[in-house]
Write a protein of this length. Structure first.
Length: 157
């Protein structure tokens, strides 16, 4: 893959990459920085991409690594992960949903964000996370059960 094709493919995925980063990080500036850094790292390591058909998955994986790096940095600085304060993409605007998703364990939150907010299929989510499809399916089911319990209790209160 040459640089021109790389630029075209990244350009086509930029909005989805931003949404994914925003849902992980909760801040517009951090999400933009993570996307920029992921694109830069992907360009630097483009020769390491073995099969071009997995470009989107490979790029998403790099983005997830950048998001995790930022979250670790925040925990180191603040002692705990802060909830996002600004409004985000339409699909994630509801505060109860945002809080419920942020309280999920990390491995469940990853699946929910990729599946439902980044519009990934089950197979694409499994590839991005480097997990078997069955494991992703199980984590998705557990996450949805926890969200139903938490959001269902809030509605009754």
């Amino acid at each position: 893959m040459d640089r021109e094709e790389f630029a075209l493919r990244v350009s086509a995925r930029r909005n989805q990459l931003y949404r994914t980063a925003y849902l992980y990080l909760g801040r517009e500036a951090d999400a933009l920085e993570a996307v920029d850094e992921a694109v830069y790292q992907a360009l630097r390591h483009l020769r390491q991409l073995r099969e071009e058909q997995y470009f989107e998955t490979w790029l998403t994986r790099i983005l997830l690594n950048e998001c995790h790096r930022e979250l670790r940095r925040r925990k180191r600085l603040a002692g705990e992960e802060a909830l996002p304060e600004s409004a985000g993409p339409d699909a994630y605007d509801g505060l109860p949903l945002r809080e419920a998703v942020s309280r999920l364990p990390e491995e469940l939150r990853q699946v929910v964000i990729l599946r439902f907010f980044a519009d990934r299929t089950l197979a694409e989510t499994a590839e991005c996370l480097g997990l078997p499809v069955g494991t992703v399916s199980t984590r998705q089911r557990k996450a949805l059960e926890l969200l139903r319990l938490e959001l269902g209790e809030e509605e009754r209160a």
